[in-house]
Design a protein. Structure first.
Length: 749
């Protein structure tokens, strides 16, 4: 079995090296096709909305309203007209509002549901005017569903801007679900551009330092970009069958830069090592295909298995992010196993062109077998005091884990947007001056005879009960469909729909107020609305987490057990990676939730961690952590099979991969932290968490915990019970042959 599998990565490398132009040509065709698919199809399959793949209470209520009352539910929006000097009784104020109202009306029913559009001067409704009479609102509902509303909100904004013209006497602002979504998307795109602007140059600088040559540094970057383009094309195809969250493009870029560069880095380094040993070009590529390429393949497998954990979460955001990451990891592995050997064959020793003075020559001819250097001293120093090293390093990570137990999950709403964003400014005015006006009220859906005396009495009881809760505004009139079998009672909820107070209010509504008011009434009740949706998302994430953990940990253990022929190595790897992920959780909570050093680091403190972050970080971080573990352990196992000397094999593995893993880790940290430099608190938490975990794993775990634990375990590291001897032998490091002979036709160019 081992020899059969060894032909795969070895043969791919050999064939690619001997037919480089064919391989490059196929990749060019694939890239052109991917770019065409991305440019023509991708934008149409991306959505701003967050949706469930299952059917929680909020979705049930939403579906009932769509099917039996309002049809497609558009988003609720509001235009705010504010003045510091004039009141609504001033003719100039009325003229300004009338101009805006007429512009909105002119957009027609395909953009705005005209029956929902109103202003103070029509019916003199006092709830449309602030107490100081210097501010009024123009509420309306967008036509179509959420995506149609998101597509058309630009037209509304343009109409409002045109109506207010050069008028500086009044402040005119918009907010609402589609407006906030549009601003969120624009800010996230700016964050993506900022991440690319910083991450790519920093990654290139690190690669130049690691390789000591400009050409060698440019190759991984080029292949990473190629992998990203292929992944975007794949997303465009899958999007034809399943609508993807717009976040998928951000995530593909981020993960693609990180893993794409790393995989190429390890393969190029091994190729240069084999060339330095005297193998000709094709033989060196083939030998690399049998060793480093195999490690890349199995490393990619561990990442993919962890990412599958995201796809099983019943949320369109998790599924989209998981699929996007899977696409780019598969593309990165494929490029590393085929396109990279072809490019190495074409370049030959030109790979070392534009050598950097001083460091270039040493890096090109680095010999890992020389028992000296920083990484050799570090590993031997740790193994000289394994108990103490394990205690100190492990203690630090356990201490970092402690804040995790105070974790609060939530959503950072519009109030956490950067200052200067119009939807945020409008929301703050709305919150301050219009306690009764809520663009995203809670909606109590009554499925049954909505006109019956029992239902009407229950609605009155509920209204009376809500009067004693300051978080709720005055309920609106009961809305009943024409058939009389569905009623909806909208209740304003004060403050940001993502706030803790709003969430607690909806929980009281569901668990106390509604059951008390409708006790004994023969109807089905569901509470929906934006805050209810958020709560159902939190509950879904909590409920699915144990299953994701069991799946990811279980399949990772099985894969590592097979490829390393040991039950100790996978158990230890999982334990160490859980420790590093836990420490990351703790530090993220400490900084972003508790606010420790948040200002110093330029991050935004919030009273909760984004609900999607913990499960997301676990899947991605576990995959990336195992990534480095596979690379390191593959070199250790390769040496152990040759020498049977455990301590020497550990020292060899660390010194032979130390420079590369450090460089690869720094690249990932640079990429992830560049994305954390944006303005959105969720992306800050995600980027910082990913970068921190990689940093912890590449330093404390790789440099201290791994050598200390492997020294203590000795030969037990490679223990596999006899009753598991039937398992296929898919060793990462390939067959135990000493060298692979030069292949006919190879050259040293």
């Amino acid at each position: 079995m081992a020899s059969n599998f060894s032909l795969s990565t070895r043969s791919l490398a050999n064939i690619s090296a001997r037919r480089p132009w064919t391989v490059v040509g196929l990749w060019v065709v694939g890239l052109v096709a991917a770019m065409f698919l991305t440019s023509t199809l991708l934008s149409d399959v991306l959505t701003d909305k967050f949706d469930f793949a299952n059917n929680p209470e909020s979705k049930q209520g939403f579906t009932l309203i769509e099917e039996r009352l309002r049809g497609e539910i558009g988003t609720n929006e509001v235009v705010i007209v504010d003045s510091t000097t004039r009141t609504v009784d001033d003719p100039a104020f009325q003229q300004a509002v009338t101009n805006i109202y007429q512009s909105l009306t002119a957009l027609g029913p395909d953009v705005i549901r005209q029956e929902t559009l109103s202003n103070y001067y029509q019916e003199r409704n006092q709830f449309l005017v602030s107490e100081d009479r210097k501010t009024t609102v123009i509420p309306f509902t967008m036509a179509g569903d959420f995506d149609q509303a998101s597509d058309n909100i630009d037209k509304v904004a343009a109409a409002v801007d045109e109506a207010k013209g050069q008028q500086t006497e009044f402040k005119v602002l918009m907010t609402g679900q589609a407006t906030v979504s549009l601003d969120f998307k624009e800010v996230s795109e700016k964050d993506l551009q900022k991440g690319e602007a910083f991450g790519v140059p920093i990654a290139l600088i690190i690669l130049v330092i690691v390789f000591g040559a400009v050409i060698a540094a440019l190759v991984p970057l080029a292949l990473a970009i190629a992998s990203i383009m292929v992944a975007l094309g794949a997303a465009a195809i899958v999007g034809q069958a399943y609508e993807l969250s717009f976040f998928v493009t951000n995530f593909i870029f981020m993960i693609g830069l990180a893993v794409g560069i790393d995989y190429c880095l390890f393969i190029i380094a091994r190729y240069r090592e084999e060339r330095a040993k005297g193998l000709d070009k094709v033989a060196a590529i083939t030998k690399t295909g049998n060793t480093a390429s195999r490690a890349v393949f199995f490393s990619g497998m561990t990442v993919l298995l962890a990412l599958v954990g995201m796809v099983i979460v019943p949320s369109n955001v998790y599924i989209a992010l998981g699929l996007g990451a899977i696409f780019v990891v598969v593309a990165s592995v494929a490029a590393s196993l085929t396109l990279l050997p072809a490019i190495l064959s074409l370049l030959g020793d030109k790979l070392n062109w534009l050598t950097i003075p001083v460091i270039g020559k040493g890096q090109a001819h680095f010999d890992q077998d020389v028992r000296s250097g920083f990484w050799n001293r570090l590993s031997r120093g740790v193994m000289a005091r394994p108990f103490l090293s394990l205690l100190v390093a492990g203690g630090l990570l356990v201490a970092a884990l402690i804040p995790f137990f105070s974790l609060h999950i939530g959503f950072a709403g519009v109030s956490t947007f950067p200052d200067g964003i119009e939807s945020k400014e409008a929301f703050l005015i709305l919150e301050e001056k219009f306690a009764q006006e809520d663009t995203t009220p809670a909606e109590i859906v009554i499925d049954g005879d909505a006109n019956s005396p029992a239902v009407l009495a229950a609605v009155d009881r509920l209204k009376t009960r809500l009067e004693g809760d300051d978080v709720f505004g005055a309920p609106r009139e009961l809305e009943v469909n024409s058939a009389g079998d569905l009623g909806v009672l909208a209740v304003p909820v004060m403050g940001d729909s993502a706030s803790k107070e709003s969430q607690e209010a909806i929980r009281r509504l569901r668990s106390d107020y509604v059951p008390e008011a409708f006790a004994g009434v023969p109807v089905e009740i569901s509470v929906t609305g934006e805050t209810a949706f958020n709560i159902d998302f939190f509950d879904m994430a909590k409920g699915i987490t144990p299953y994701v953990f069991v799946f990811v940990l279980g399949v990772s253990f099985l894969l590592l057990m097979v490829v390393f022929r040991s039950i100790v190595v996978p158990a230890k790897a999982i334990a160490l990676n859980l420790l590093s992920v836990g420490a990351t959780y703790g530090i993220v909570v400490l900084i972003f939730q508790d606010g420790v050093l948040a200002d110093v680091l330029g991050f935004q403190q919030h009273d909760s961690i984004e609900a999607w972050i913990p499960l997301f970080l676990f899947s991605v971080l576990f995959g990336l952590s195992m990534d480095y573990h596979v690379f390191l352990l593959s070199r250790i196992r390769e040496r152990y099979d040759q020498t049977k000397d455990n301590a020497e094999s550990v020292a060899f593995g660390i010194r032979s991969t130390g420079r590369l893993i450090t460089g690869a880790a720094l690249i990932m940290v640079a990429v992830f932290w560049s994305f954390a430099a944006g303005d959105l608190v969720g992306l800050q938490q995600m980027g910082f968490g990913l970068g921190l975990a990689v940093l912890i794993d590449a330093t404390i775990v790789r440099s201290v915990l791994v050598p200390a634990s492997m020294k203590l375990l000795g030969n037990w590291n490679w223990y596999l019970p006899n009753w598991l001897g039937w398992l296929p032998d898919l060793r990462v490091e390939g067959p135990k042959s000493s060298e692979i002979p030069a292949v006919a036709g190879g050259s040293d160019d």
